[in-house]
Design a protein around this ligand. Structure first.
Ligand code: HEC
Ligand code: HEC
Length: 288
């Protein structure tokens, strides 16, 4: 699920929590005539169940996400986890009292505001943070005027801090890509991790990673292009069969062009490789 979808659902979650709590305050604090009360109780239950449903859904999403983290999690995320877990017994006990222990029902009124306080804190930490930073989320590439802000040391720091959350840094440092290739990969990573990797971070990482490779390979342009092609092969061509199959095949330019065209067709995605990436890949395949 995308961060925008999650955050929007979290806002609906909060609205249902507020509605359910205030309806209950109204019912207990200023009872109306019977028919209005009956409608209010019904509304309270509807909002309450939507609140519970969304809570369970977001809880499952959170557990799946956290189980994929490779590194120490940030304090914002750990606090989010603590609040979500604490809500489980709070909501569970509230439902059990309402259903099984009528003599304790006078205490129920306290559960609403407490659960709401948790929900506000939870939503603020996630959806609030997302909406506050969502203007940062757009496709970012380097332009001429960026040279003033670009700094390789800063770029290295950003990469080392931001890029080892979901996979090891080895994955990053082993890949060799052109500036265009890094721009597309890092933007994809930033959207996977939105809104934690800002536009500024994206620019610094593209600059650092693209430059680092130029230095690694010295001035030998053809070596570098070969490395670009190899990375494209390693990242794009291994989903359906082993690399061995490709490494063993010896073909000329035309044959490779038609093979790669066929593979793109198999992938079912006409944009599987950009024109530039396709050129670099084929160049590599011919001379590998
Ligand atoms: C939110 C988790 C997450 C973060 C943070 C993240 N990545 Fe990734 N990365 C992934 C996933 C998932 C894949 C595999 C799927 C894919 O390639 O889209 C991947 C794959 C990659 C690959 C191999 C695929 C390719 O296209 O070359 C590279 C290189 C990479 N990431 C670099 C980075 C860099 C650089 C950063 C930091 C700017 C970063 N990642 C941050 C989740 C993440
Ligand atoms: C969506 C799945 C898929 C992807 C992605 C894929 N292939 Fe294939 N590949 C196949 C299938 C299926 C075959 C066997 C049928 C055939 O040869 O047409 C195959 C066979 C091959 C062969 C052996 C046949 C021949 O013509 O020499 C080579 C080489 C090859 N693929 C290269 C690549 C390269 C390079 C890429 C990356 C651009 C790639 N594949 C990506 C599905 C895929």
């Amino acid at each position: 699920m995308s961060p925008l979808f999650n955050s929007s659902i979290a806002i609906i979650f909060l609205i249902c929590g507020i509605a359910a709590t205030f309806i209950m305050l109204e019912l207990r604090g200023a009872p109306k005539d019977r028919s209005i009360n009956a409608t209010l109780i019904k509304l309270h239950k509807i909002f309450g169940w939507i609140f519970m449903g969304i809570f369970l859904l977001l809880l499952i999403v959170m557990i799946i996400k956290v189980s994929g983290y490779k590194e120490e999690i940030s304090s914002r995320i750990s606090f989010h986890i603590v609040l979500s877990l604490a809500l489980i017994p709070l909501l569970g006990i509230k439902i059990i009292i309402a259903r099984r222990y009528p003599r304790l029902s006078q205490y129920l009124i306290a559960f609403g505001p407490i659960a709401l306080a948790f929900a506000v804190a939870l939503t603020g930490l996630t959806a609030g943070y997302y909406f506050m930073h969502s203007s940062d989320i757009k496709y970012v590439s380097l332009t001429g005027s960026d040279s003033k802000i670009l700094d390789e040391n800063l770029g290295r720091q950003v990469v080392n801090q931001r890029c080892n959350k979901c996979h090891t840094l080895e994955r990053v440092y082993r890949a060799v890509k052109s500036e265009e290739g890094w721009t597309s990969t890092i933007n994809r990573m930033a959207s996977l991790d939105a809104p934690n990797i800002s536009s500024f971070d994206i620019k610094q990482s593209i600059h650092f990673l693209a430059n680092r490779q130029k230095m690694l390979k010295g001035k030998d342009e053809s070596q570098l292009n070969k490395a670009f092609g190899k990375t494209i092969m390693e990242t794009k061509c291994t989903s359906c069969h082993s690399l061995e199959r490709i490494v063993q095949a010896k073909k000329g330019k035309e044959k490779w062009e038609s093979t790669v065209k066929r593979m793109i067709k198999y992938s079912g995605n006409p944009e599987y490789l950009t024109k530039k990436a396709k050129g670099e890949l084929i160049e590599y395949l011919i001379n590998k």
